[in-house]
Design a protein. Structure first.
Length: 102
């Protein structure tokens, strides 16, 4: 099946960018606040995790001309919320070490 899922994802933090800047869009969140988002596309056959609202994920992949497609070259991991979770500690450390200077 060739079904395509489209997601609009709020960008909380850019840890590291490739040679091109991430193409963010500004979206009005509420009357007084805005957030920066990107659009992601995922084919039904893609084995990356199902994205769910109100969860935080680490995305790593290629920018395909301003389009962000989750495919076999992408890495997606749910970012744990429990401060005692070893995966969360490792991801937080990774983010600190590789954070963009922007």
């Amino acid at each position: 099946e060739n079904t395509v899922h489209r997601y609009t994802v709020e960008v909380l933090q850019i840890i590291q960018e490739g040679k091109d800047d991430l193409k963010l869009k500004t979206e009005k969140k509420t009357r007084n606040s805005k957030n920066e988002v990107i659009d992601l596309v995922k084919r039904e056959a893609c084995k990356s995790p199902k994205l769910e609202e109100n969860n935080v994920y680490l995305f790593m992949g290629l920018d395909k001309g301003g389009k962000y497609e989750l495919d076999k070259t992408s890495f997606v991991k749910l970012w744990p919320t429990d401060p005692n979770d070893d995966d969360k500690k490792k991801l937080d450390k990774f983010a600190r070490q590789h954070k963009c200077s922007n």
